[in-house]
Design a protein around this ligand. Sequence first.
Ligand code: 3EB
Length: 349
Amino acid sequence: MRSPSGLHLHYLSLAKAPARWSNVLGGAVFGSSSTPAAVEDAPLAWVRTPLLMQAASCELWSVADPVHAGRRSRLRYRATHEVLFGCLTLPEGELSAVAEAQGCSALQQATVEAYDEMLATVDSAGYPYVVRVWNYLADINRPTHGIERYRQFNTGRQIAFARQGRAVAGGVPAACALGTPPGSPLVLYFLASKSPPTFVENPRQMSAYHYPAEYGAQSPVFSRAAVLHAAAGPTLFISGTASILGHRTVHAGDVAAQTRETLTNIEAVVREANRRVLRPAHDPFTLAELAYKVYVRHPADLPRVRHELSCVLEPDTHVLYLHADICRADLLVEIEATGQPALAGVTPS
Ligand code: 3EB
């Protein structure tokens, strides 16, 4: 991805990974088949969502600035003087005894512990602003204890934020939450910063932290997007975005229409981000400058999803396609996007 900023995102195959890991802040390896080898002390999450095209298997965040590494409990991180990337993996099986004693599900307990560790780490390391969180949990739509697992996750996330004295509505991180194959551990990775980001909502959608109780007793704690302000320039993080208008799923059963609605939502978030933070100080964010991660529920839908993206995005756009369940059973596709403003002189199409 072309970028003027100090923070760079790459989607690539692990074989093409850099020889020098000293510039890598952190990342994630996707796929069901292999455990990535530990790469020096770089925090690399292993996410067991299968790839839909073999072009890329790895998401890497690199920086020009010097990095230092650290650990805290089960969490590993690397940081520059501005941003911290961390990841942690919690197998639910190890928590079933504690969970039973607490009277909650193992997933809820794992979520509380993961978020406790993340928030305690960023506070003590001096990067208190969590900008973006990627959440991956097994069997996201399956009910246990009479409650869908995504809702158990939402309860745990909200408990952890509230317990650390943090807001659970407004000023919360951009995020995504996707399903992984049964038996996979809870995996979280995140970016946090020393300086406050700007959080952005989507005028076409109700804020997720205000969703009505029909989507779960505890609302999901995430913003539609966040803009990280670094010395080298801003970076826009658009959360997982789906075919939701207001708070309702639209186009149930129609993957092409869901993809178009999702892209319209992403356009609306980009416009809102530009309205909120950039004009007139910076060049605007544009769809063309973003890199995309596309989660498809049914692999057979991939050609239809790719066709809709090709109608809106340039052929050389960086897109990583993954096979994953989405957090509502009627959603067939979810798309996240990340990037920097268009370089001066580049005309968006
Ligand atoms: C939605 O808009 C779709 O629970 O962290 C998107 C992004 C979604 C993040 C989360 C959920 C999350 O409600 C689902």
